[in-house]
Design a binder for this molecule. Structure first.
Ligand code: ZN
Length: 165
């Protein structure tokens, strides 16, 4: 069976950035399982996996546009430190991440720089602007169940969802 829409695939992968640093990993023992064709994964990886089958190995380089997007300066803003009034000053440093409620829902914001009275925050995805390298092996491919197709994501071996619907 080949990977296509309405197919659930299990992957072993290693994700590295352009410096070769490992950002994420899924192993044979704890594979990454996803429903193809449901926007569960970044477009560049989904396109590369189309038509692959069990034991296929591939190395994919994905530019930001097909991954988490280009870094958008408009998502960066300088805010008063008072916005972080409940946060220990020691936790305000470049690279620190916080959950924030925004117009677009729950998002991760990253602190870019810290000034005397203000903090510059960055609402871009932490991997925005990064070219990503995936080293992937396809471990399993199966047809999605009716439940999975209607939910738009893969379920585990017990058919458990783990999501609210
Ligand atoms: Zn579900």
């Amino acid at each position: 069976m080949q990977i296509a829409d309405n197919v659930v695939a299990s992957l072993r992968y290693k994700l590295t950035d352009s410096q070769g640093e490992i950002l994420d990993e899924a192993t044979q023992a704890e594979p990454f399982v996803y429903l193809h064709g449901a926007n569960n994964i970044i477009p560049g990886l989904e396109n590369a996996l189309l038509g692959k089958q069990v034991n296929d190995q591939l190395e994919v380089t994905i530019p930001p546009a097909d991954a988490y997007g280009e870094h958008d300066e408009r998502l960066t803003q300088e805010v008063s430190k008072e916005m972080f009034s409940g946060v220990d000053e020691a936790q305000l440093f470049p690279g620190a991440q916080f959950q924030a409620q925004t117009d677009a829902g729950q998002e991760v914001i990253t602190i870019a720089t810290v000034q005397d009275d203000t903090v510059t925050i960055d609402g871009n995805h932490p991997l925005a602007g990064e070219t990503l390298h995936f080293d992937v092996t396809v471990l399993d491919v199966r047809a999605a169940t009716a439940d999975e197709m209607s939910h738009g994501h893969a379920h585990d071996a017990h058919g458990d969802c783990g999501h609210e619907h």
